[in-house]
Design a protein around this ligand. Structure first.
Ligand code: ZN
Ligand code: ZN
Length: 297
């Protein structure tokens, strides 16, 4: 998705900040008692950002439909599969696959009606393939650690609420690696979050699949574990006050971190989606995104 009408952002490096040595695992947002669901908060933030950033209105409009669908799916699957037997690291059972593929058609209808044109066309094409094909696609999406094509991106967006459901029922165990991997499903993070801690901010990572959030030292590349702050430049741009583009000279990857110390109303998943011009900037400067977000961007 290219935002043609948007002037290229001017990014400026920010000074390196002190590292935190943190190993505590944070529970995911939906483990907390809330009166408003995580999806409702994300939808409200998407509506707010769509009015502020016209270039992101189309993708955020689509995201709102996806988030509504995901919330319903999460509740339906919670009721239909009270004791799921799959883990995010093993194949879906026959019963799970049957439940999921029976609900894939309405998801395709959402993507067909509200998605960007290429995704809408792909959903139309998938619609005609039928349930056996969908089962295969969903099983592949469940076991793949990163979607390899547009089919995989659609499958992952559909499966994500189920991964969140499993994760919300299980304890998180820290993984001892130099780089960032989800403590629940071993996927890479799609974004980072900076939260107020003492006089500074503590960084955590957000999983690209099950949306677990876990703390991760601030001056370490989540892609390769590089710790030399001279090789870890951070960029910010006016107009995107909550976003930090955190790059690594060593492995040439970047991740966008949503800075909640700047704006506590930001919703990390949504603010990350709404800052696509920064992805263009990073790619034009030779950095590859560590992992794509929910919509494959
Ligand atoms: Zn995960
Ligand atoms: Zn790196």
């Amino acid at each position: 998705m290219r935002s043609c009408n948007t002037p290229a952002p001017r990014l400026t490096p920010v000074a390196a900040l002190p590292a935190y040595n943190i190993a505590r695992i944070l529970a995911g947002a939906d483990n907390c008692p809330m009166t408003v669901s995580p999806w409702q908060r994300r939808i409200q933030r998407a509506q707010e950002l769509a009015s502020q950033h016209p270039f992101a209105a189309e993708i955020l409009g689509f995201y709102i439909h996806v988030a509504r669908f995901q919330e319903n799916l999460h509740h339906q699957l919670g009721a239909a599969l009270p004791r799921p037997s799959a883990s995010v690291n093993s194949e879906l059972t026959r019963a799970e696959l049957a439940e999921l593929s029976s609900r894939f058609e309405p998801f395709l209808a959402v993507a067909e009606a509200h998605g960007p044109k290429p995704l809408a066309e792909l959903s139309h094409e998938l619609h005609a393939r039928g349930r056996d094909f969908w089962s295969e696609l969903l099983q592949g999406g469940w076991t793949a650690h990163s979607p390899s094509d547009a089919h995989g991106i659609l499958a992952q967006a559909f499966l994500q609420p189920y991964a969140e459901l499993l994760r919300s029922r299980a304890p998180l165990h820290p993984i001892q690696t130099d780089y960032a991997l989800c403590p629940f499903c071993n996927r890479k993070p799609a974004l980072g979050v900076l939260r107020q801690m003492g006089d500074g901010g503590a960084r955590s990572m957000v999983c690209s699949f099950c949306v677990a959030e876990w703390e991760f030292r601030r001056i370490v590349c989540p892609g390769c574990g590089e710790e030399n702050d001279q090789k870890l430049p951070v960029f910010t741009a006016s107009g995107f006050d909550t976003i930090r583009v955190e790059c690594c000279y060593a492995c040439k990857t970047y991740i966008k971190t949503v800075d909640l110390t700047k704006n506590g109303r930001a919703e990390p998943l949504v603010d990350e989606l709404a800052s696509a011009p920064l992805d263009l900037w990073a790619r034009e400067h030779g950095y590859a995104k560590l992992h794509s977000n929910l919509l494959g961007m």
